[in-house]
Write a protein that binds this ligand. Structure first.
Ligand code: SAM
Length: 281
C-alpha cells in the first residue's frame, strides 16, 4: 500500500535525524516539496494524500543522496544569495551567507551608476549577477578557470536577466582582461589551505569543487597573486575580496608591500574578519 505524504515525511525525518542531518524536519519538507513541485504550505496541508510509487522513489532517492552527505543545495539544484535564487550543482561552490557582506560593502563605496565591475573566480556567478541586478546600468566581466563553472554562471545570468551586461571569460584571475577599464574588482577566491583539508566537513571536502576551495598548502597563494597581478588597475580603484578566518594579518602584511592600501577589514556575523577592502594607490 502506498504511504501517505505524512508517513513518507515521518520516515525521512527519522532517518535524517538519526544521521544527524539537522534540521531534519525542514530538510525532509524541502525534498518532498521539490519532488512534488509544491510549496511547503501545500505539502503540509495535504499530508493525508497518498504518494504514488514513482514520486516516492524520487523522494527516497533524494533522501539517500542527503544521507550520503551531499549538500541539500546540490540536491535541490539551487541556493538563495542576497534575496535571489541561483542554480547550483557540483560544478560550483555553493554561495555562502558570508559572501553577501561583500555585496553590502559595495553600497558604501558610492560607485558610479554605470560602473564596470570585474568579478574574479565567479563560480555560480552569484557576485557578478547580484551586483548587475542591484546596479541596473553597470556591466561586468566575470572570470573563472573552470569552464564548467562559467556555464553555471551563464545560466544564472539568464535566470536573472543580466546576460546582456555580463561577459564571462575563461582566465587565470584577471589575466585576459584590460584591468584599467574597471571601477571595482570583487573576488571570493579559493582560500583554504590543502593542509586544512582533513579538518573540513565531509559535506564541503567531498562534494564542492577542489579548485573552488583550495589555494596552495596554506590557502594564501591566490590572495597573494591577486594583489601581485592587479597593479594595472586605475589609481583609486576599489578591490574587495573575501578571506578566511585568521588570514587578516597575512592580507595586511601583503598589502603593505603591494600597489594597494588596505582600507578596512569587515567582520562577518560571527565577528570573523571576512572582507578585505583595498584601494589601488
Ligand atoms: C570560492 S569559489 C567562489 C565562487 C563565487 N564567486 C562565490 O562567491 O560563491 C572560487 C572560484 O574561483 C575559481 N578559481 C580558482 N582559481 C582561479 C584562478 N586562478 N583564476 C580564476 N578563477 C579561479 C574557482 O573555479 C571557483 O569557481
Amino acid at each position: 500500500m502506498s504511504p501517505t505524504i505524512d508517513q513518507a515525511l515521518h520516515s525521512a525525518r527519522a532517518r535524517l535525524a538519526e544521521a544527524r542531518f539537522e534540521p531534519a524536519l525542514r530538510e525532509a519538507n524541502l525534498l518532498l516539496s521539490r519532488t512534488l513541485g509544491w510549496n511547503e504550505a501545500r505539502l503540509l496541508a495535504r499530508g493525508s494524500d497518498d504518494l504514488d510509487d514513482s514520486r516516492l522513489a524520487r523522494f527516497q532517492g533524494m533522501v539517500e543522496r542527503r544521507l550520503s552527505g551531499e549538500p541539500i543545495a546540490y540536491i535541490l539544484g539551487e541556493k538563495e544569495f542576497f534575496g535571489r535564487t541561483f542554480f547550483v550543482d557540483r560544478r560550483v561552490l555553493i554561495p555562502r551567507p558570508e559572501t553577501e557582506h561583500l555585496v553590502e560593502i559595495t553600497k558604501i563605496l558610492h560607485l558610479p551608476a554605470e560602473s564596470r565591475i570585474l568579478d574574479i573566480g565567479t563560480g555560480s556567478g552569484c557576485l557578478a549577477v547580484t551586483l548587475l541586478a542591484e546596479m541596473p546600468r553597470s556591466r561586468s566581466v566575470a572570470t573563472d578557470v573552470s569552464l564548467a563553472a562559467l556555464r553555471v554562471a551563464a545560466s544564472n545570468g539568464r535566470r536573472h536577466k543580466v546576460s546582456e551586461r555580463l561577459d564571462l571569460v575563461a582566465a587565470d584571475l584577471g589575466s585576459a582582461v584590460n584591468l584599467a577599464a574597471f571601477d571595482l574588482v570583487v573576488s571570493n577566491p579559493p582560500y583554504i589551505g590543502r593542509d586544512e583539508a582533513p579538518s573540513l566537513s565531509p559535506e564541503v571536502r567531498d562534494f564542492e569543487p577542489e579548485e573552488a576551495l583550495f589555494a596552495g598548502p596554506t590557502g594564501h597563494s591566490l590572495l597573494q597573486r591577486l594583489l601581485d597581478t592587479l597593479s594595472d588597475l586605475k589609481i583609486g580603484t576599489p578591490l574587495l575580496f573575501e578571506i578566511g578566518a585568521g588570514q587578516a594579518d597575512f592580507v595586511a602584511d601583503s598589502a603593505a608591500s603591494s600597489a594597494f592600501d588596505l582600507e578596512a577589514l569587515h567582520p562577518d556575523l560571527a565577528g570573523i574578519e571576512r572582507i578585505a577592502q583595498l584601494r589601488r594607490r
